[in-house]
Design a binder for this molecule. Structure first.
Ligand SMILES: [Zn+2]
Length: 406
């Protein structure tokens, strides 16, 4: 064999056990006791040996609201690799009038020759025309079993809801999954208008423009649409009880609804927007009240939320400070390098979730949902040798100068 990682605690979605992991030609060859010999050996005593992280929600090279992210596939995937993330699935965002195939080609060009790790794409759909809906089958056949739609103004959702419902239904027929950004634009627009009229500008008022109720209303509508479209859905970046309650209810009825949350909602709350440079924490949806953090940990624990993903976007602070009114503030946080240690620290070390649950929500479940399992998301003979050796006792202070995201 090429490499043996000895004496670590191998953690999978169901088990933790002491074993050696033998690797040959980039694949896991054997997992067991006393393997050998190999050209190279690594002693992992006292450490976890876990699959590489699978982050299924990133935007490592993104132009949004006139701003280009500092990160690209080079720096974004360097940050990922240094944070124990070995696969990302990035959103391929089409230009106006572009075909699904065209958006996949544009994104492939951004990634080719730059990515340190494996990657895939979810094609996003902003123009749910019959032509685009007809293209979905080819995309699935080529290995893109997921699409993204946005229930916000950016995608003219309120105007085109009936057409977006056809996208959800078509994806279901094709055995694909529709990923949905759920926030209700009509509520957001109304509140934004009032905040702007009152001169309430800036990040301190941002969370009031996109409240929990706007997210919950859209989640309820998405679930109802999917129910009658007879298709499964995957709701991205959920942040609050208003989203969890309808998901719990739908899943109890037997509807196939999956939920994702982001580390920032598990670790941070909206008081951050009061800080100097509170723009650092901007995202859609915003950070919520502190009470919501436990709601999300509970959602992961009781399996109503299946995954954690970063929604990584590498905008810099100057870009994020360039907006004035609440609707001009640029969302996006860099998190690929810090997600795994944060989840371990606040999740496993703090006793909120087990190590095996961590493997499920960040490795096995995302890999399964998007067609990557068991090549990704587990350590077993035949799996890709994407392996993280994790030091559970090591203490690190996160500092900008140590990070690889630009
Ligand atoms: Zn996103």
């Amino acid at each position: 064999m090429d490499l043996i990682i000895r004496n670590g605690v191998v953690a999978t979605a169901s088990d933790s056990f002491r074993a050696d992991v033998g690797i040959e030609a980039g694949k896991v060859k054997q997992v067991g006791q006393g393997l050998g010999p190999a050209a190279k050996e690594i002693d992992a005593s006292g450490k976890y040996v876990i699959p590489g992280g699978v982050d299924v929600h990133t935007h490592v090279d993104l132009k949004l609201m006139g701003h280009q992210s500092d990160d690209d596939f080079y720096s974004g995937t360097a940050a990922a690799a240094c944070g124990g993330v070995t696969t990302i699935v990035d959103y391929a965002m089409p230009e106006a009038g572009q075909s699904i195939q065209g958006s996949i080609e544009s994104w492939s060009q951004k990634a080719t020759g730059k990515a340190y790790i494996d990657y895939g794409f979810h094609p996003a759909i902003f123009e749910p025309t019959q032509k685009i809906i007809d293209e979905m089958a080819d995309a699935v056949a080529e290995g893109y079993p997921s699409f993204k739609i946005f229930m916000i103004g950016l995608a003219r959702f309120d105007e085109l809801a009936h057409d977006y419902m056809k996208v959800i239904a078509r994806a279901g027929k094709l055995g694909a999954l529709t990923n949905i950004h759920a926030e209700d634009q009509c509520i957001i627009s109304h509140l934004t208008e009032h905040l702007n009229a009152a001169g309430k500008h800036g990040v301190r008022h941002f969370a009031d423009s996109r409240p929990r109720g706007a997210e919950g209303a859209a989640v309820q509508r998405a679930i109802a649409m999917a129910r009658y479209a007879e298709a499964p859905i995957y709701l991205v970046h959920l942040s609050c009880e208003e989203s969890l309650a309808p998901i719990r209810e739908a899943r109890a009825r037997g509807q196939i609804v999956y939920g994702e949350t982001r580390p920032i909602y598990l670790h941070l709350s909206r008081e951050r927007f009061e800080e100097q440079d509170g723009e650092r924490y901007l995202g859609w949806p915003p950070l919520r009240e502190a009470s919501q953090r436990q709601v999300l940990w509970d959602g992961l624990r009781d399996d109503n939320l299946q995954t954690v993903a970063t929604d990584h976007v590498g905008f810099n602070l100057a870009q994020k400070k360039s907006g004035e009114t609440v609707d001009e503030l640029l969302p996006g946080m860099s998190n690929l390098e810090t997600m795994l240690p944060m989840l371990y620290h606040d999740g496993v070390s703090a006793g909120r979730i087990s190590m095996n649950k961590l493997v499920r929500i960040f490795f096995a479940n995302p890999a399964r949902l998007f067609g990557l399992f068991p090549q990704k998301g587990t350590i077993a003979p035949g799996s890709d040798a994407d392996i993280v050796i994790f030091y559970p006792e090591k203490e690190v202070t996160i500092q900008h100068r140590d990070m690889h995201s630009r």
